[in-house]
Design a protein around this ligand. Sequence first.
Ligand SMILES: [Zn+2]
Length: 143
Amino acid sequence: MSELMTRPIPAPAVTLESKPFFDAAAEGRFLIKRCQACGEAHWFPRAKCPFCHSDRTVWEESQGEGEIYAYSVLWRSPTGPYAIGYVVLDKGPTLLTNFVDVAPDGLEIGMRVKVKFQPTEGGPPVPVFAPRQVSCPTGRGAG
Ligand SMILES: [Zn+2]
């Protein structure tokens, strides 16, 4: 079994538009934006809907649960292996993220993951995703 991956993440640039997101992240809450005109959720949070260009977007708290759509492990880096990829949220958009608390060879397409917040170097915490330990509805869960 390989070591679990971690990755130092630089502080994100917080703008007026993204400040509510990072304020919530500091409280451990994961926010997405949803458009009231077309009903679509989007990532990353923006004032204008990327689907219909309406400015009627509102913050919505997400459970931050979903599954891995695609991932890539970067085995050689100065800080050790790390993985990035796309997560499709159950009730929201698809987002590009980092995977943590999992071995580099432990990721799978379709794996259930949940958001957690990782401190950054001098900035607010950022969302990353880790495997979710649940009793699996298919009965294949870890016993
Ligand atoms: Zn819209």
